[in-house]
Every structure is written in structure tokens, then in C-alpha cells.
Design a protein around this ligand. Structure first.
Ligand code: GLC
Length: 511
């Protein structure tokens, strides 16, 4: 276990995901932008997070919400300018907030000049920058499961795309592609970004034999698309590059594979990712069995390799956890205690600190080709409509109860979800046990998850009651209730009694 003092910043950090379209709008066009983020840095500072990961803001035709990039080193006018981003980075750094960008190495937009050149003809100098074949195999793309190959009439071959046809996959076997993408990272690192979230990094390496996927027809995991050995070589190259820069720049991978053992391999021998997202909690319901198994697996598999875990309950691709937990705010609040007290770096998805729920859209109003609009609704800043988004109608509607859940309404309200997140983050910031300590499960009722976090002489106990009935936990020594998900009993001796669906953090009682 690392010593608190020499641990890199990202181990004790809490990272906040900004989905820029829906965070804050500075120019009244109904779409959030970079200046909107800059204008609310003090909000993030008061919340108590340490870093922002900003989903893509680069030039893009926006077929996949900006994950289809046509210029990796410029900002899309929808979000502002490169100057705006430079200013944001400087403003964030002045407040001691780190800034992470989203790096999308697997595919570009079909409007990227590289692809336009590649598709100009079979003897184009950049033909091999993408994956072209005379015959398709049976690989299926995401978003609807159609073929991952699209016929290109002009140059009479199929090209590969694991996502939309507008997102052709790059060929990372080509050293020119590697060099060009490395230049992209240098560009941003020199501008001062503190690291990257790497999009679908488990897809980057391709099966050199293009074997048909035996399980494709059954609609199961695509073995030849995911988790090919070459992805690790690509990652080692990226890691060497970021390690050349001072200041502990960090690589966090989206490795969307359910087996923790396979995910662990993406940390390499400390020469690949610094951290990888941990996916099972992102689609888990309110279920102690799922969480218990997942936490044990992470502790065992990552712990054995000294690979640093991450925890995340919501993001822009999945249903918000409150919605997954049947719309229950009480459960979402208890889950916040879990998220912010496990061993590893937690990620907060914008709006979860307000207890937002998914929006529901009919077929006609859907924007995302993958049907993931639900969690992407705009953040309500003020109580009165249009909730701080004056001007054109917002690109997606607000979620239910946007007024009472707005930042303004919850601000300075001691029992609000926002206040709970602030208390949890402040508790975590002042406890080395919570930030960096060991995790040890304690015996408890099957509906209660209980664990100890310990670092040198700092110690916390955490109990989460998943059941709709109250539960008793018996502790040998006296403890003080430091934070409760419903705010009840804080600062008082812990009685051993947990209310229904309540979660608590306990600290040692001082005489
Ligand atoms: C990642 C992103 C998702 C995007 C996909 C393709 O999963 O999180 O939003 O659609 O990659 O880039």
C-alpha cells in the first residue's frame, strides 16, 4: 500500500465528469460550452472535487455527441474556441483543480481529413491508416448491431467501424497513425492538461486475422473485437509518452470488459493505464449481493497487482443510478456514501450530486443514436425555469423536479443531496483512511455491507443498509457517526442502529 505522502495526486482525488453539452451555457444557444464550465469552477471547488474530466469538445460533426472527431487539436465552435479551453485550464489550475480531456483513439469521424484522404482511392497514401477489406466478416457494430463494415462505393472496399459508419476505426498497426496520435497527446500535454480518459481502449488493437466471431450470432461478447493483445502495445506507447511530462499526468481507460481479471491486465506492469473504469457498478441495481461480489473481486484481482481501483455509478452512457434504483433518492444518497468511501478513485457524473433522474424521450425527440439521452439532460442551476439556461430552448429537456433539485434550491439546505456530497467529500479529504487506506470487509447481516478503512492511525467504518427495514450492527467499541446519508444523527455517538436504506461513515470516538 502506498504511503499517503508519496501517493500520486490521482489516488486521493475525486474526479467529476463534465458532459459539456449539458453542464452550463454561456451564450444562450441551448448547448453548454467551455465558458459555461469556466463560469462554474467555483461551484466544483465548493463541492470539493479535485479534477474534471471533460467529455470531447473537439471539432466534430456530432453524430455521436462529439465522440466522432474531425480535428483532434481544435475546439468545436459549438463549445467555443481553443483560447476558451486554454483559459479554462488556467482558471482550473489556479483553483488547484486538474483538467482531464477525453482522448478517442479507436476511431475518427468520417469527415476527418485523414479518412477523406484514405477513402480517396485504394492507392491513397493514407489508405492503410484505416481498416479496409474486400470482404466483410461477421463483426457487428454498436448502436443497433448492424455490420461493423460499410461498403465504400468510391474506392470499392469495405471499411471497419465498431460504432457508427461515420466513425471509421483507425489502424494502430500503422506507425504513421501511432505517430500522428502521439502528436495529438503532445499538443494537449504541452497546453497543460493533467491527463486523459481514453475512450474504448479495449477495442483499439484489432485481430490481425479478422476471424469471424463465433459468438456474434448469439449476440454475446465480441471476442475478436474486444481485448486484443495489440491494445496493450498501443497503451505502453501512450504511457511512455505521458511519463515524459512532469506533474504525474494520468491515463484512465474505458475498458468496457466485465471480467476484473481481464481489466487488470490493462494496468500492465505499471506501464499501461494508471487506472481503468470498473464497469459492473454502472449497470448494477440496488443490490447488496452485486456490490459485495464486485468489491471483493476488485479487491482480490486489482489488489493482487497493486493496481489502483476506480468507482463510478453513473456516466453519459448509462441510466443514472437513481433511476436504476427505482427513482429512490434515499437509495441514491446511500450509494453516494458507498461511492465515496471505497478504496479507489471515485468518479462523480455531473448532476448525481443533485440527485437527478433520467429523462424519458419519445422516439421523435431522441438525439443519440445509441438511445442514451436519458442521463444527458441539462444541469438545473436555478430554481425558476429556464434554470440558468436563458436563451434558446436547451438541446434536451430538463429532468423531472429540476426546480427543487436545482443547485440554487439545494444550496445551503442541510438535508439536500448536494449538501451530502459536500460533507462526504470534505470527510474524505480529511481522512487518509478513506483516501488511501486498506479495505477490510466486516461480518454483517446479508443486507448490510460493512467495511473498515484504515491508514496508519486513521480509521473509518462504513455501513450501508440495503434493506427496507432497519438493521442493527454490533460494534465492540464506541464510534461517532460522522456522515449519514440522510443527515440523521451526525456528530453523535453511533447507536448501532441503521435506518432503512441508510448508510453511515463512523469515526473513532474521542473521549
Ligand atoms: C465510449 C463513449 C461513448 C461513445 C463510444 C464511441 O463508450 O463513452 O459515449 O459513444 O465510446 O466513441
Amino acid at each position: 500500500m502506498s504511503k499517503a505522502n508519496d501517493a500520486p495526486w490521482w489516488k486521493s482525488a475525486v474526479i467529476y465528469q463534465v458532459y459539456p453539452r449539458s453542464f452550463a451555457d454561456s451564450n444562450g444557444d441551448g448547448v453548454g460550452d467551455i465558458r459555461g464550465i469556466s463560469a462554474h469552477l467555483d461551484y466544483l471547488k465548493t463541492l470539493g472535487v479535485d479534477a474534471l474530466w471533460i467529455s470531447p469538445v473537439f471539432r466534430s460533426p456530432m453524430c455521436d455527441g462529439g465522440y466522432d472527431i474531425c480535428d483532434y487539436t481544435d475546439v468545436d465552435p459549438l463549445f467555443g474556441t481553443l483560447d476558451d479551453l486554454d483559459t479554462l485550464i488556467a482558471d482550473a489550475h489556479r483553483r488547484d483543480l486538474k483538467v482531464l480531456l477525453d482522448f478517442v483513439p479507436n476511431h475518427t469521424s468520417d469527415q476527418h481529413p485523414w479518412f477523406i484522404e484514405s477513402s480517396a482511392g485504394r492507392d491513397s497514401a493514407k489508405r492503410d491508416w484505416y481498416v479496409w477489406r474486400d470482404q466483410p466478416n461477421n463483426w457487428r457494430a454498436a448502436f443497433g448491431g448492424n455490420s461493423a463494415w460499410t461498403w465504400h462505393e468510391g474506392s470499392q472496399q469495405y471499411y471497419l467501424h465498431f460504432f457508427l459508419p461515420q466513425q471509421p476505426d483507425l489502424n494502430w498497426h500503422n506507425p504513421e497513425v501511432v505517430a500522428a496520435m502521439h502528436e495529438v497527446l503532445h499538443f494537449w500535454l504541452k497546453r497543460g492538461v493533467d491527463g486523459f480518459r481514453i475512450d474504448v481502449v479495449h477495442c483499439v488493437g484489432k485481430d490481425p486475422h479478422f476471424n469471424d466471431d463465433p459468438r456474434c450470432l448469439a449476440g454475446e461478447a465480441m471476442v475478436h473485437i474486444n481485448d486484443q493483445p495489440h491494445s496493450h502495445e498501443v497503451l505502453r506507447g501512450l504511457r511512455r509518452l505521458v511519463d515524459e511530462y512532469p506533474g504525474e499526468r494520468v491515463l484512465i481507460g474505458e475498458v468496457n470488459i466485465r471480467s476484473t481479471r481481464q481489466v487488470a491486465a490493462y494496468y500492465g506492469a505499471s506501464d499501461e493505464l494508471h487506472m481503468s473504469f470498473n464497469f459492473p457498478p454502472l449497470d448494477a441495481g440496488w443490490d447488496p449481493v452485486v456490490f459485495r461480489l464486485c468489491i471483493r473481486e476488485v479487491e482480490n484481482e486489482l489488489g493482487a497487482m497493486l493496481a489502483w481501483p476506480t468507482w463510478v455509478l453513473s456516466n453519459h452512457d448509462v441510466s443514472r443510478h437513481r433511476s436504476r434504483y427505482g427513482g429512490s433518492l434515499r437509495r441514491a444518497q446511500a450509494a453516494a456514501v458507498l461511492l465515496l468511501s471505497l478504496r479507489g478513485t471515485p468518479f462523480i457524473f455531473q448532476g448525481e450530486e443533485l440527485g437527478l433522474e433520467d429523462i424519458e424521450l419519445n422516439e421523435r425527440n431522441r438525439v443519440d443514436p445509441g438511445g442514451r439521452d436519458g442521463s444527458r439532460s441539462p444541469l438545473p442551476w436555478t430554481e425558476q425555469a429556464p434554470h440558468g439556461w436563458a436563451g434558446a430552448p436547451t438541446w434536451l429537456p430538463f429532468s423531472l423536479h429540476a426546480g427543487p433539485l436545482s443547485v440554487e434550491a439545494q444550496h445551503q439546505q442541510p438535508t439536500s443531496t448536494l449538501a451530502l456530497y459536500q460533507r462526504l467529500l470534505s470527510c474524505r479529504r480529511t481522512s487518509k483512511a478513506l483516501q488511501l487506506g486498506d479495505w477490510q470487509e466486516l461480518p454483517s447481516h446479508p443486507q448490510v455491507l460493512a467495511y473498515r478503512r484504515e491508514h496508519e492511525d486513521d480509521e473509518r467504518l462504513v455501513c450501508i443498509n440495503f434493506s427496507e427495514a432497519s438493521q442493527v450492527v454490533s460494534l465492540a467499541e464506541p464510534w461517532t457517526l460522522q456522515v449519514a446519508s440522510d443527515g440523521q444523527g451526525e456528530g453523535r455517538p453511533f447507536t448501532g442502529w441503521l435506518a432503512a436504506e441508510q448508510a453511515v461513515i463512523l469515526c473513532r470516538r474521542t473521549a
